[in-house]
Design a protein around this ligand. Structure first.
Ligand SMILES: CC(C)(COP(=O)(O)OP(=O)(O)OC[C@H]1O[C@@H](n2cnc3c(N)ncnc32)[C@H](O)[C@@H]1OP(=O)(O)O)[C@@H](O)C(=O)NCCC(=O)NCCS
Length: 329
């Protein structure tokens, strides 16, 4: 039986900075409690990068470990896609910094700005490159140093975020495994619901800037929550339908790790059993574009995901933008 060329995940990798920040530690920064954070979000702790670890450093570490698992030589990498909203610089891209750090000099590198959906967007881009025959080996990374953009005096957001990176190596497969379907959608009418107002070219930082938190992440949490559950659910159903499978055939769901209650509501709507859901929000919080590949790598290295499994990934973030990908492992 012949199969179409698909983009298969040949290796996964991740990196999380060693410093753990507990909920109790946050109690000394804002009026909150360990109990509130656990009950409302499911988060117990998050990782915070110290000054010596940049976003590109984390991205390179994750990509290196994915390449090792995929037995991928540096000269074989054709494309590096780094999904991030916290790149080291506005210019050049984080992808080019990763290219330099890992010596991937036969590749083209660029960034994708799609907030927490960035990694899923990167998968969709890589799928197009590989299925069209344009490129063979694509490294897709999600890397975030959200602690740099967190407003540490806003209790409604600072308890949610953490730093990390995750990555995969994609290559062509002809045995039926690989990405079966992808879906993405955005709605810019809700762009202000999750936003960093100051620091771009419209409202640049000023020297005499009176700090009001507007150069950090601000969010209408409850509104975002509702759209996230609805649209991630719709995106998942779309990729399941496109692939011609049924929700009950899904072996693993790897959802964006934003909030335990979002994950529970999503999987309940999909009718997928809780023991098929990969969760690490308790240990890392929301790491934006790193969230899905970090959870995927943990599940893969723990031997939970096996060849032939159907793996459903989904994410949602500022834009607003959301998406899903279904992969035959
Ligand atoms: C942010 C979020 C955890 C807040 O949970 P919630 O149940 O919606 O809580 P609310 O915002 O309604 O706030 C309830 C109360 O808790 C308070 N509160 C908010 N953050 C708090 C904190 N860290 N500690 C203690 N109390 C807090 C609020 O001020 C509010 O108090 P009030 O009733 O006196 O006004 C939740 O909305 C969420 O997860 N949203 C999605 C966020 C997300 O993941 N976005 C990223 C998508 S990529």
């Amino acid at each position: 039986m012949t199969h179409p060329i698909r983009a298969m995940i040949a290796g996964t990798g991740s990196y999380a900075p060693p410093r753990r920040m507990s909920n109790t530690e946050l109690e000394s920064l804002v009026e909150t409690s360990d109990q509130w954070i656990r009950e409302r979000t499911g988060i117990h702790e998050r990782r915070i990068a110290d000054d010596s670890i940049s976003c590109a450093d984390m991205a390179a570490a994750a990509a290196r470990s994915a390449m090792e698992l995929a037995c991928c030589a540096p000269e074989d990498v054709d494309v590096i896609v780094d999904a991030t909203i916290t790149a080291d610089y506005l210019l050049p891209s984080n992808g080019c910094l990763v290219q330099e750090k890992l010596g991937l000099f036969n590749a083209v590198a660029f960034d994708v700005v799609a907030a927490c959906t960035g990694f899923v967007a990167g998968l969709a881009i890589a799928r197009g490159f590989i299925e069209s025959g344009m490129y063979r080996k694509v490294v897709v990374i999600g890397s975030e140093r959200l602690s740099s953009l967190t407003n540490w005096s806003d209790r409604t957001t600072c308890v949610l975020f953490g730093d990390a990176a995750g990555a995969v190596v994609l290559e062509p497969s002809e045995n039926g495994s690989g990405i079966l379907s992808t879906f993405m959608k955005s709605d810019g009418r809700m762009s202000e619901w999750l936003q960093i107002k100051v620091g771009g070219t419209k409202h640049p930082h000023k020297r005499e800037f009176a700090w009001d938190g507007s150069d950090k992440i601000a969010m209408r949490g409850t509104d975002v929550f509702k759209v996230a559950v609805k649209e991630m659910g719709n995106a998942c159903l779309k990729v399941i339908e496109q692939a011609g499978v049924k929700p009950e055939e899904v072996s693993w769901v790897v959802p964006h790790q934003a909030n335990m209650r979002i994950i529970e509501a999503l999987t309940k709507r999909l009718g997928i059993a809780p023991d098929k859901v990969v969760i690490n929000v308790d240990r890392y919080g929301n790491t934006s574009s790193a969230s899905v590949p970090l959870a995927l790598d943990e599940a893969n290295r723990a031997g939970r995901i096996q060849p032939g499994d159907l793996v459903l990934m989904t994410a949602f973030g500022g834009g607003l933008i959301w998406g899903a990908a279904l992969v035959r492992w």
